[in-house]
Each structure stands twice: as structure tokens, then as C-alpha cells.
Design a protein around this ligand. Structure first.
Ligand SMILES: Cc1ncc(COP(=O)(O)O)c(C=O)c1O
Length: 525
């Protein structure tokens, strides 16, 4: 039966399709690619974490749109020579900049399988969507959400936070806002987060048409946690002024130092005052997988929505952001939009409603769920949780190294896996950048210290030894090491500390001229 219905191609020229003329050739190339990429990951320590892109390489990527074909093995050679060696570096255990996950071999292979299936997860009735639903279910369980909860994969937490703002907005104003826009009462909406929150929250308010100024940034305590009393005062003040407080975004792991807001207290306040309680758990939410860390997230189970990334602590290759919403109906109410060409059926390929496109702005969506499913199945929650706890233990190790080094100072408490510190730069007379400096030269010395610390970070990045990043804390530039990569070990922390001390001494002694080459690993892929 199936055989009889099989279509006969009209084409006579095989070259009219994009399929290879010789499947064995592409198979051999594919095997080589898999071997090379497995070698790339397995031998990552032998290469620099990152290296600057030579201008000649950059220039190769300014060429005109190719009109004719190229041999795929030639294109692959260009990838090997000019793309792979100049990647971000976050696969490397020495990468500690920003908050980047390290990926995994199994996640990489799963992404290849997803590309092979070329599934579109906007909707329709196929198994890839069931895989995504499986992960929604796992996250629902992990965070203790009820059975009506919904979830969806997105690019990252910036998008998940934006979508949460939209769900909260529609929930506050009703479906009318989707037809008429933010008018009338909408202009009175006010949202709340802490001064330590990620910038994507203000951006989300802007994109949602509410305006970034409708976001109140509340002060934080010494541990960078939102001041809940000040939050309450501001909400009541706004309410008394005739405004419409509708949303609080709490952080489970602030981007700067990994602080976790008091989620139980913020949740209770939101419940009392009738506000949407969203948690930005970009990286911190997955601390739920680690039994030693999970208690610090107490109260997250009461959130109305949670944004998180599997591509950070979850080590799923980029990108794999996720939004979980307690009330699936409200989630759908913010995004579902009927269209004749997206008609749902009870059987056939158009069955299986609701579809993921009812839960977000995207219609066409890739199979991000597959690499996440492979990662969760292959390693299991316990091993992933242990890995997450280990990155925090490494942060404590770095903290101890800093506290033991007179030339280094810790500038923020170490809450989870992020360590912020400074090299104590000396001025021309050899005086250390400490609290004993005279008031009249304090500003100049602080600027100097900022410059030295900024230069140290760039020097280390360019050396290929490690890749820390910077942030500003209390008005001063800090070296920031976010230990996210599962491959990072104590030797990488030691290498970072040694490099900071070495480059710090050279920079303090007189800038570029004094810089001697710190031995970097070989550059070839
Ligand atoms: C707390 C927090 N929120 C949001 C984001 C943005 O996440 P993404 O880069 O996945 O969009 C980050 C990124 O590091 C973050 O740390």
C-alpha cells in the first residue's frame, strides 16, 4: 500500500535538488566532521581559551554572495581554519566570563540529529513536540508547579522575561490590550525589580510598550538581595498615587554576583497585594537540581512564572532558554491567535492543539528540546545537580585563594558560582589601592585601579590562559569570574589567580612596556 503510493520524481537531473550527487562523499565528510568536533572538545585544554581574530581572517568574511557552488569539504576547511579557532571560548574550562555554559558532546550530537529531522516545533502533531512537552512536565515537577502549568523553549532568558512581562500585562489588563495596545489604564502599569536585576527586564518593559521608566528598581541589601520592605513601600506608594502595580520580577541568581532574592518573602508580598510574581532564574533556577543549593530557592514554587536557561548551568549547547507559567490558560491568553492556515484538527498532522505557537511569538521554531532531553536523560538530575554544586565549590576555592593573597581583594560576597574581586593596584610610589589613601588623590587612584583591573582582564583574555570578564560594583570595576563550565577545575582557578597576579604586577609597574609574555597554550585547532 505505502509502496504503491510512493511518488515518482519528475526530475531527470539529480543536480536539481540540493541533495549530494554522491551520498557516500557527504557521509565521509560527516564522519570527519564528527571526529574533528569530538577531538576539538576532547582536547580543548590544549588550545587558548580565546584568541583575537587576525584582520586577514575577518576580511575573508566580507566577500560577495557566492553565485556558484563550492565543494562542501572546501567549505568545511574554511570552517576549520577560520571559524573554529576564533570561537567565543566557552567550551574551554578556563572560560569564566559572563555566564556561559560549556556545552557537552552529547548535546552537540543531539543538535546534529535535530538538524537532520529539521522539525518545525511551531505546531502540528509529531513526536518532537512531545519531547518538548516532556521537558515542560519535568520542569513543572522540578519547580512544584500545578498540572495546568505550561512551558515553552525560547532563545534565552531575555526572551523568556519579555514573554513573562507580556503574560503579566495581558493578565492585568485583559485581552483588550492585545487589540487596542497599551492605552488608558495600561499607562498606569508599574513593575518592580531590584537594582541588581538584569538589564533585559527594563528592555522587556520597553519592548512590551510599557516603557522602561514604568519599572521601579528597588534597592538591595549588602548581599545584593532586593529590600522587601522598600519594595512593599514603593508598591503601596504607587497604588496610593493611582498607579497600577502589576508585576514583581525577583532574581534567582543576579548576573553580577549570583544573589538570590528572598523568593518566599517576595512571593508572599505579591500574593498579599495581588501582583504577578515572576522569577528571573536565568542560571540560578537550575540550582534546584542540587540538593545542597535548592533550599536557597525556597518560595520559587509559588512563582507565577519562571524564566531560565538550559544553556547556562544546564550545559545544553546554545541556545535553550525556557519559560514556565503556572497558569497555562493565562499563558495562552497572551499569545494564542487563530489563523485560517493554522486550523486545528482532531486527527491527522494538524491535530495536537494547543500548539507551542499559542504560547509565544514564534511560529517557526527549532527542536531545542532534543539537545535538552538528551542532556537530562544522559546525565540525569543527580549528576547535573552535583556538577552545579561543584562549580559553587570552585567559586569558594577561588574566594579562599583571593582572601589568602594580599594583592587581591574580594569585592562582593560569593553567593553561588560568581566571584568578583580586584587586584590592589599600586600608584607610582608603590602605595597600594587601599582604604588608607588620602582623600585628595583617592579619585585618581580609584581610576587608576579601574584601568589596571580592566587591562588585567583584557591581558588575560588575549593571553589565552583564561577568560574572566568585568563588572562595576559600588562604582568600581571588578574582575568577575563566573564558574559555569562543567570542565573547570582547581587548576583553572589557580591559572586565573596566577595570571591576575602576573599581569597585575606588570600593569602596576608601568603599563604595556612592562608586559612580558605570559606563556600561552599553542594556537592551532
Ligand atoms: C540573571 C540573568 N537574567 C537574564 C539573562 C539573559 O539571559 P540570555 O542571555 O539567555 O538572554 C542573564 C544572562 O546572563 C542573567 O544572568
Amino acid at each position: 500500500m505505502t509502496k504503491a503510493l510512493r511518488a515518482t520524481p519528475l526530475r531527470t537531473e539529480a543536480s536539481e535538488t540540493l541533495d549530494p550527487q554522491d551520498w557516500n562523499e557527504i557521509r565521509a565528510l560527516g564522519h570527519r566532521m564528527v571526529d574533528d568536533m569530538i577531538d576539538y572538545v576532547a582536547t580543548i585544554r590544549e588550545r587558548p581559551v580565546w584568541q583575537p581574530i587576525p584582520e586577514t581572517v575577518r576580511a575573508r568574511f566580507r566577500e560577495a554572495l557566492p553565485q556558484g557552488p563550492s565543494d562542501p569539504s572546501e567549505v568545511y576547511r574554511e570552517f576549520s581554519d577560520f571559524i573554529a579557532p576564533y570561537a567565543t571560548g566557552n567550551v574551554h574550562p578556563g572560560f569564566m566570563g559572563w555566564v556561559h555554559g560549556g556545552g557537552s558532546a552529547v548535546g552537540m550530537l543531539a543538535d546534529m540529529l535535530a538538524a537532520g529531522l529539521n522539525a518545525n516545533l511551531g505546531g502540528r502533531d509529531h513526536m518532537p513536540i512531545e519531547v518538548e512537552r516532556q521537558i515542560v512536565e519535568w520542569m513543572r515537577e522540578l519547580f512544584g508547579f500545578p498540572s495546568g502549568a505550561s512551558g515553552i523553549f525560547v532563545t534565552g532568558t531575555s526572551m523568556a522575561n519579555l514573554m513573562a512581562v507580556l503574560v503579566a500585562r495581558t493578565s492585568a489588563l485583559g485581552g483588550e490590550v492585545r487589540r487596542c495596545g497599551v492605552v488608558g489604564e495600561g499607562a498606569l502599569l508599574r513593575a518592580y525589580t531590584s537594582k541588581a536585576a538584569h538589564g533585559c527586564i527594563a528592555k522587556a518593559m520597553d519592548i512590551a510598550g510599557l516603557g522602561s521608566e514604568a519599572l521601579r528598581c528597588i534597592g538591595v541589601d549588602r548581599s545584593h538581595r532586593i529590600d522587601v520592605a522598600a519594595l512593599r513601600d514603593q508598591i503601596l506608594l504607587d497604588r496610593n498615587a493611582g498607579l497600577k502595580p502589576f508585576l514583581v520580577v525577583a532574581s534567582a541568581g543576579t548576573v553580577d554576583i549570583g544573589a538570590i532574592d528572598d523568593l518566599a518573602a517576595v512571593g508572599a508580598l505579591c500574593r498579599e497585594l495581588g501582583l504577578w510574581f515572576h522569577v528571573d532564574g536565568a542560571f540560578g533556577a537550575l540550582a534546584m537540581l542540587a540538593p545542597v543549593l535548592a533550599p536557597r530557592l525556597a518560595g520559587i514554587e509559588n512563582a507565577c512564572s519562571i524564566a531560565l536557561d538550559f544553556h547556562k548551568w544546564g550545559q545544553v549547547p546554545y541556545d535553550a532558554g525556557f519559560l514556565l507559567v503556572r497558569d497555562g490558560e493565562r499563558h495562552r491568553a497572551a499569545f494564542a491567535a487563530p489563523a485560517a492556515y493554522l486550523r486545528r484538527e482532531t486527527r491527522g498532522l494538524a491535530a495536537g492543539s494547543p500548539w507551542p505557537c499559542d504560547l509565544g511569538p514564534d511560529l517557526s521554531r527549532g527542536f531545542r528540546a532534543l539537545k535538552t532531553w538528551f542532556t537530562l536523560k544522559t546525565f540525569g538530575a543527580e549528576k547535573l545537580g552535583a556538577m552545579i554544586a561543584r562549580t559553587c565549590a570552585l567559586a569558594s576555592y577561588l574566594e579562599a585563594r583571593i582572601l589568602a593573597e594580599p594583592r587581591l581583594e574580594l569585592v562582593a560576597p560569593v553567593n553561588l558560582n560568581i566571584v568578583c574581586f580586584r587586584y590592589r593596584a599600586c600608584d607610582a610610589n608603590g602605595r597600594a589601592d587601599d582604604a588608607n589613601g588620602r582623600a585628595d588623590d583617592a579619585n585618581g587612584r580609584a581610576d587608576d585601579a579601574d584601568r589596571v583591573n580592566g587591562d588585567i582582564v583584557i591581558d588575560i583574555q588575549e593571553s589565552g590562559i583564561a577568560a574572566p570578564s568585568t563588572t562595576i560594583l559600588n562604582g568600581e570595576l571588578a574582575i568577575r569570574a563566573a564558574i559555569v563550565n562543567h570542565r573547570t577545575d582547581t587548576c583553572d582557578i589557580d591559572a586565573l589567580v596566577a595570571a591576575v597576579l602576573e599581569f597585575g604586577a606588570q600593569r602596576s609597574a608601568g603599563g604595556d612596556d612592562a608586559l612580558m609574555a605570559v606563556e600561552a597554550p599553542p594556537l592551532a585547532m
